[in-house]
Write a protein that binds this ligand. Sequence first.
Ligand code: NDP
Ligand code: TDO
Ligand code: MG
Length: 283
Amino acid sequence: MTVLVFGQTGQVARELAARGGVRCLGRDAADLSDPGACAAAIREAAPRAVINAAAYTGVDKAEEEEALANVVNGDAPGAMAAECAALGIPLVHISTDYVFDGSGAAPWRPEDATGPLGAYGRTKLAGERAVTGAGGGHVVLRTSWVVSAHGSNFVKTMLRLGRERDALRIVADQVGGPTPARAIAAACLEIAGQLARDPGKSGVHHFAGTPDVSWAGFAREIFAKAGIACDVADIPSADYPTPAQRPLNSRLDCTGLETVFGITRPDWRAGLRDILKDLGEIA
Ligand SMILES: NC(=O)C1=CN([C@@H]2O[C@H](COP(=O)(O)OP(=O)(O)OC[C@H]3O[C@@H](n4cnc5c(N)ncnc54)[C@H](OP(=O)(O)O)[C@@H]3O)[C@@H](O)[C@H]2O)C=CC1
Ligand SMILES: Cc1cn([C@H]2C[C@H](O)[C@@H](COP(=O)(O)OP(=O)(O)O[C@H]3O[C@@H](C)C(=O)[C@@H](O)[C@H]3O)O2)c(=O)[nH]c1=O
Ligand SMILES: [Mg+2]
């Protein structure tokens, strides 16, 4: 009996695989556009816990493909949760800061009112509701600004663009916590273990890297640590138009996760150093 992971190529899934003790299902083994196939994969594997690390994560593209995103991010997690509840095993489901509207400057608490600004956030919220409503042991873990040496993320985009250009204009009015995928993987496994022993710990929790920073501030730190000479100009979101609107305030209050599970916020600056080492950028 092992821990079953949905996702294989994604940032968090790859870090889960690297830790071992899990079985990762790629799109070929379980396509989330077919929720029934996800439930069947759980029945067949009979694991001791399930972690869903797969999702439709294209924030702008989801505006055009909301129906598909809703099946992948909403219906499939619901089917996973129903199957887990029937089998009496816990589900750890990853969600996002984009379920919030980004108003104010206070860190969002898990119980705060949601209000997604775009299709991605709406479909992720549908998944949260399906998981919490299924009646089984679960944790919905909202995280933000995921970064790693794998896949596509802001660190890798900045390393590429920073070398191509002398200067970049980066939004400075969106603030949040960059979160290393490696830390998310560790947190998910710890939560799954504790939930298997005590399903009473079920609930919605936040987990984000510290300290909070703007995308522009994050970019500056990436260039400083990687030794890339690229000037960063602060711009407002209005000057960087995108199909989907992003929340301005993505700060997440992570105190509940520490109280219930003993898991603290990772320092993204240390995580960034590890990522740059893994990429061969620094020694
Ligand atoms: N990336 C981020 O900044 C953030 C992510 N999150 C959440 O964290 C979780 C993990 O994200 P992350 O690791 O960054 O994801 P990635 O964007 O790195 O990868 C997405 C994963 O989902 C898989 N996937 C997408 N569609 C399907 C499908 N129809 N069937 C099967 N698999 C599919 C992809 O597989 P394939 O390679 O085959 O496409 C890939 O493995 C997700 O729930 C996401 O919403 C939360 C906050 C921030
Ligand atoms: C490349 C570039 C981006 N930006 C801005 C756009 C955006 O507001 C911000 C980050 O860009 P990204 O494309 O990484 O943003 P995005 O894909 O929206 O990242 C989000 O992904 C989903 C899956 C989540 O769940 C969120 O937590 C968050 O990580 O940087 C600039 O201002 N200048 C630039 O040159
Ligand atoms: Mg992106």
